[in-house]
Structures are given as C-alpha cells and as structure tokens.
Design a protein around this ligand. Sequence first.
Ligand code: GSH
Length: 275
Amino acid sequence: MGLTSIPRYNHLFFKRAHQSAMVLQLYGSTQSTCTKRVAVVLYEKQIPYEFHEIDWTKNEHKSPEYLEKQVFGQVPYIVDDGFLLFESRAICRYLAFKYADKGPRLIPVSDDLKAIALFEQGASIEQANFDVFAAKAVLGVLSKKMRGLAPDAELFTSLIEQLDTKLKAYEVILGKQKYIGGDELSVADLFHLPYGALLAPCGSNILSKQGPNVTRWWNDISSRPAWKTVEDGVPLKPTFQIARLPLRLYRGTIIILYICIRWNLQLREAAKLPT
Ligand SMILES: N[C@@H](CCC(=O)N[C@@H](CS)C(=O)NCC(=O)O)C(=O)O
C-alpha cells in the first residue's frame, strides 16, 4: 500500500471512530421527563451527545433488544465510551462527577464531608418529598389526557395538597440555604425540573404560590438556559458549539504514524532483525 492511498479513507475512518467511541450516546425520548432530567445536565455542562429516539408507538422500549440494555424497559440510558448506565439521577451524578470542572459544578467533589452530606440530603428530599407527589399528579393528568379521558380531579387535588405540605418545609430549608443541597446549585435542584415544570400546565400553580424562598429558588432553576433548551423536547442534536480536533490533525497523525512504522520496518529489514 502506497502512502498516497491513505488520505482517501482515513478521514472517514477517524470521523466514525471519533463519533462512536467518544461521543456520549443518549437513548431516550425527546418528550420524556426522565430523558430531560439527563439532558439538562448535558446542556449545563455542554457535553456533546448523540441522541437515539426510542419509538414508544412501536413499544421499542419493551423489545428484547432494548431490555438487554435497560432491564426495566424504561428510558433513558446512556453509553459513554462503552459504559452503559441507566436511572436518570444516577446518570446526572455520573456526568456531574466526570465533568466536574466543566460548566457549573453541580455536585460537591471535594472531601468536604458536610457539603457531600447536605447534597445527599437535598437529593433524598427531592425523591421522597417532591417526585413522589409531583410525578404522580402530572402523570395522572397526562396519561388520562392522552387517552382522551377526563383527569381524576380528586386524586390530583389530594396529591397537590400533600405536595403543598412538603413545600412548606422547602420554604424553611430554602430560607436558610440558597439551594436544596446547600448554597451551591446541584443536580439535586435540577432533578425537580421535569415534573415541577409540568405542574402548572396540569393545573396547579403550587410552585409560584409558596413563600418567597420557594419562589426565588424555582424562578432561579427553571429560568436556566440549559432547562429552557430542553423543556419543550430534548434537541436531537446538541445546539451548542462542539469543540472538535480539526480533521487535518487526525489525518496528519495517521500519516506520521504510518511513516514511522514503515521506517521502522525498513530499518529492521536492513539490519536483518526479526520483526
Ligand atoms: N427511575 C427511572 C424512571 C424511568 C422512567 O420511568 N421512565 C419513563 C419515561 S419518563 C418510562 O420509560 N416509562 C415507560 C415504562 O415505565 O414502561 C429514571 O429516573 O430513569
């Protein structure tokens, strides 16, 4: 093979290799709340991704191939350089750790035990006191609407009343610290966004009628550009500029490598050394 034949295919090879090996693969649904939970972190940190829309109309998330990747038949999951991970909150934590120095920190990475504990407290608060009511209330309304049925108003009211009690505690917590997991914004705050943002369209203004602390906090997190980008649907392609190594650099690298190998082989042959 002559040197001149290399440029004909090397750029395609490297482009593909770069995409599949390096770019984070997100499998989900643009409109799913859990996929948005992950996507908001991708946008906060401007992490390049390739999106794979799972077709709900074909029940793709329950197919044997899908269940091999996500045993519960749910979205989302990611594949990051061969590493498969599901559970939206776990994915957000993983990304926050991996890209700790990119964009806002979103998770305590120091060995400050108290900061870590406060973050974990905030993350637990969201799952135990917010999601359990907000998700049920929102999904109750949306699932009925999708089937053309009237939502169960009684159930919705009851869930919102229970959430209201919990948000009174939020008001106290957020009077003492800026965010739910301490004084820094964290993924624990962002976890609230997908269902929190759907409460108003489903008929409850509960997040804006609490005290000043909840209002301040909610306005702060829900107006973040990352959330605004994914709120109405996760973009199929990143909307931010992706820093890539110029293609010429890849091409240059393979040519130099090739020359070195050929040169080495010729030297060995000349010296009659075993290869
Ligand atoms: N705890 C999981 C929940 C995932 C989940 O419930 N995903 C929904 C979409 S938001 C789903 O796939 N539902 C279909 C199903 O459960 O069959 C996570 O946070 O990733």
